[in-house]
Each structure stands twice: as C-alpha cells, then as structure tokens.
Design a protein around this ligand. Structure first.
Ligand code: EPU
Length: 332
C-alpha cells in the first residue's frame, strides 16, 4: 500500500495497492510483469493533471522517475534534444532557455513531467508542445517492444493525443524536441503583449520570456503546494460560428477565440458568468483568480470533485447551451 496524497497536486488522499517505480530502461521487464499481472494500472508522472476519485486505487501505479537529457543532433540554427520522461517539465524548459534555445519558453512553469507533456499536448500562451516534438519513444508493456511514434502519428490536437484515451499499454519513456537557436518572441497572446508593454520590456531573450510567463502564471494560477489543484479542470469548448453568433446576441461580452471553422470559447468566462468563481462548495471550489481551475481547500474527496464538476457543467449548459468537457484525468 502507498499513500498517493503527495503524488497528485490536487492532494487527494488515496491508497494505492501497488506502487512501482520506473527508474530506467533496466526496469522494462519489471513493469511488463506488473502490466501482465495487474487488473488495473495507471502510469503516473508528476500527478499534476490527475484526480483520484476514490480513497483507494485497487491496482498498480507505475511512477515514472527516469532522468537525463542529451543533445542528439545540432545544426546551425537548431538542436534536437532527447529528454527522459521523468524529468521535471518546468526545470527542463528553464534549462533550454538558459542554453539560449527557444521554442518552449511560453510553456514555462507548467507543473508536471516531460513524459506527460505529449499526452494532453500541453499548451499555453500561444504555444503547444506538439509544435516542438519530433518523436516520442515508447515501451509497449504488452508486447515488450520499444518503438518511436513520429509527430505525425501522435494524433495531436487541442489538449489531445493518441495517448489521451487509448494506447495505455505504451509507456512514454523519452521525448525528442526540436528547438531553435535563433529566437523569435511569440507575443501573440494578449496577456503577454500587455505585460511586455506595461513593463516596457525590450531585448527579450528566451530566458526573459520564461520569467515573464512564470510571473503571469504565478499571478493567477494557484500554487499546488498552497492550494491543491490540477490546472485547468475543463477544456475550452469549441462551437460552430452559428451557435456563437446566437450566444453573442444575448451576451455581447462573451470571450472567444477564432479557429479555422469554429469558435473556441473561454470556459473560465462561462464558469465565471454562472457565479462559480471564488465560491466554496464544502472542500472544493473554482479558483478566485481563474475560474477554470478547481481547487481543493483541504480534505476534498472524489465525490466532492464530481459533484462540483457536474454542477458547473449543468449550469453552463442551462445558461449557454454549451457542454463543457473535463480536461483532467479522473481515475477511479
Ligand atoms: N477569463 C475569465 N474569467 C476567469 C479567467 C479568465 O473570464 O476567471 C477570460 C479572460 O477574458 C481571459 C480569457 O478568459 O482573457 C483567457 O484566460 P486565460 O488566459 O487564463 O486562459 P484559459 O483559456 O482560461 C488556457 C489553458 C491554460 C493556459 C492558458 C494560458 C486550457 C484548458 N487551459 O486557459 O492551461 O495556461 O490558456 O495560455 O486550454 C492548464 O491546462 O492547466 C492550463 C492552466
């Protein structure tokens, strides 16, 4: 038995029946055995996007802990870096910026591990990790084969990849990124543009950008060490342009982002309009500074989480006729 409370940033008190560490490629045989013998298995990275719904997990947790990074090729203007899945994401991003490599700086300060980054295709401030992944090295725990999934085969989409809902037999153990040596700041996102203007920042370097993003995130997203959370709890919903125009007639202030053929709505705005922002429901609530983030005020159970998630979904549906989809991994 192992208590998982310190292994999930939401801070759910959950006992796992079995807990096995994956420290290096020497552990492939060990985890294949766990895979074949266990009725239920969950691969855990930093636990920053996982919410356990029960006080016990009647199965095996594989905790990814392998570390290391290597530059595997270098050109005049780019580098390819192979990174072990157990590396801390934020530390890795900061390290790339310190080397003067760019491409990940807007994804600074996101909690979690490198191996989890392709699973939900992490994205923030106008960048997504899919744009920088060359390939992902996986170990198939069912067949014991190791193989490479090239970017095109990862099925990347907004907060989605081939691993989000299936291919659970594939353990991601390394990710290879292609980064630039030349820097072109990505200032498209309004929050960044405003910050740069207000603070009269010039001569932006990747490291400066990493600091800017870190500061913006820290100003509105709760620190899991202080207030348990799993980042954005819901996805930003995509709706048709027709439906958007209908809603806009009634709510001209609606926050949305134009996509190719659709409209992406700000789920945080929809949730805020329904009155949830900063409200407390027993031990859980939607964060006072970012309504998209569910927080644990202490002692939250899976039931509390589901009750609030359902209430939020219901109210948003009722008011706007829009369905919210949960983004965090809910584990029974
Ligand atoms: N807004 C509100 N109320 C709020 C918060 C935001 O109305 O309580 C509105 C504001 O107008 C704001 C807009 O929504 O300008 C967008 O807000 P924000 O910049 O915070 O981004 P988001 O769309 O809510 C997404 C990601 C975040 C990522 C940010 C920044 C998803 C599900 N979430 O949130 O990712 O950090 O963009 O790029 O796409 C995460 O996945 O854990 C995460 C934090």
């Amino acid at each position: 038995m192992k208590n998982l409370k310190s292994f999930n940033t939401f801070g759910i008190d959950c006992q796992a029946r079995e807990f096995v560490e994956f420290n290096s490629e020497n552990d492939f045989e060990k985890i294949d055995k766990v895979y074949s013998e266990s009725s239920k298995l969950y691969v855990l990275g930093g636990g920053s996007n996982t919410v356990f719904l029960s006080d016990s997990f009647e199965g095996s947790i594989i905790k990814v802990e392998n570390t290391g990074k290597t530059i595997i090729s270098e050109e005049v203007d780019s580098v390819a870096i192979e990174v072990s899945a157990g590396e801390n994401w934020a530390d890795f991003v900061r390290w790339t910026c310190q080397q003067g490599y760019s491409g990940l700086e807007n994804l600074a300060a996101i909690p979690g591990q490198v191996g989890a980054s392709p699973v939900q295709n992490i994205g923030a401030y106008g960048m997504q990790v899919a744009d920088r992944i060359l390939w992902v090295e996986v170990h198939n725990m069912k067949t014991s084969d190791n193989y490479r999934i090239m970017n095109n085969d990862c099925e990347f989409a907004y907060r989605y990849s081939r691993w989000k809902t299936s291919h659970k037999e594939e353990l991601i153990y390394k990710v290879v990124f292609l980064l630039d040596k030349q820097f072109q700041a990505n200032l498209d996102y309004a929050a960044i543009k405003t910050y740069v203007e207000q603070n009269s920042i010039r001569d932006i370097t990747p490291l400066k950008m990493c600091d800017i993003v870190t500061e913006i995130r820290n100003s509105k997203l709760p620190d899991p060490k202080v207030l348990g959370n799993a980042g954005s709890f819901f996805k930003n919903p995509e709706i048709s342009e027709e439906q958007f125009l209908e809603i806009e007639k009634q709510y001209p202030q609606i926050v949305s982002f134009s996509q190719e053929n659709t409209r992406k709505l700000s789920a945080a705005w929809l949730i805020e309009q329904c009155g949830f922002k900063g409200e407390k429901y027993d031990s859980v609530g939607m964060h006072a500074k970012q309504a998209l983030v569910m927080v644990n005020y202490g002692g939250a159970t899976g039931k509390d989480v589901l009750n609030l998630a359902n209430l939020v979904k219901e109210k948003v549906k009722e008011k706007f006729d829009v369905s919210l989809e949960i983004e965090a991994h809910l584990v029974q």
